[in-house]
Design a protein around this ligand. Sequence first.
Ligand code: SDX
Length: 392
Amino acid sequence: MAEASLDAGTPAGTPAAPPFRPGLEGVPATQSAICDIDGRKGILSYRGYAVDDLASQSSFLETAYLLVWGTLPTASQLEEFQQEVQMHRRVSFRIRDMMKSFPSAGHPMDALQSSAASLGLFYSRRALDNPEYIYGAVVRLIAKIPTMVAAFQLIRKGQDPIQPRDDLPYAANFLYMLTEREPDPLAARIFDACLILHAEHSLNASTFSARVTASTLTDPYAVVASAVGTLAGPLHGGANEDVLEMLELIGTEDRVEAWLDQAIAEKQKIMGFGHREYKVKDPRAVILQQLAEQLFDQFGHDPMYDLARKLEAVAADRLGPKGIYPNVDFYSGLVYRKLGIPEDLFTPIFAIARVAGWLAHWKEQLGANRIYRPSQIYTGPSGLTWQPLSER
Ligand code: SDX
């Protein structure tokens, strides 16, 4: 006969349920060799390489390759990958036509989520255990997502999308498709570094969403579409857009202290501040700030940067003791604004970069898959008696 359990509902030998942790804080939900964060020291690395080195030395496509396949590519591997991505940049006229039917006032993240999901209709063959299929899907998504973001930008302005230019590298081509102008080389280089900085960040909400979706063995387009939808929220990637709105609302440096004190008193979340993993300033925010300054040196200052720095200084005093400092979203918008990019494209640009991380996690999940199916603690009623409509 089995021994009686102390917990009446738990059979003997069954481990007690772990405590409920809202937001799964501190709960390991996967093992991963992709990204490491030291949130106390403010150190971030992809596949063992410091993100600072990657942002200054690598290219986005090289970093994407590193993230997905785990090692830096050789010269011929990188050449082949770049060429494949270049060849797959175009999107079907049917996708462009579909985008023309989207409301022009709709948010570009919604347009991106729909168009990313629609790729599954065009590439419906699924062979998740075939490395060539994985390679093809990675290439296609990394190649087409920027084209779709740029296409919606022009379509909503009533213009025809611009075709990608084969002679331009990845980042420069995106800026070209957006503005119809070949970008300044420094601007393109800085934009490419921004993509590297946003490419991966361990088990953030959208990556978790990607892994959960991947674990059902659905197609990679559904994986990316679910992640795009998750990234869009203001507590996650959507914060980069809200930071500029917040700075516009504050208006002038002399208003910073009063505004922040009131916001804290009202228990508002200060956009671009705070992070579950970091108790110090996000290392990406440090680099993005340097990139912003490079842009200002070359193309002229932005007074909104002074306002942002003042807010950071005052917030260090008020929120620093709680470990709340600028995160990746705080300075990225100032870089994009200087590059002439509209505010509601900031989060789609985050998605262009993060697709590399999502796909790395998709591939890793497939390598040791078990469907995500956590438990819950039921808090609703039980044993109710159904009543006919006439008696309610
Ligand atoms: C991204 O996870 C990732 O890696 C995400 C990301 C990535 O690369 O994928 O880094 C990208 O999403 C960056 C985060 C962008 N979001 C924002 O900037 C929105 C503002 N920040 C937050 O709302 C918040 O800090 C989060 C969402 C980022 C983190 O939320 P947590 O870990 O659940 O923390 P919490 O909301 O429970 O806050 C804990 C405490 C609370 O105070 P107490 O009630 O304990 O007294 O810290 C306070 C919060 O009020 N707090 C803030 C704050 N962030 C936390 N107070 C004021 N302003 C803030 N921004």
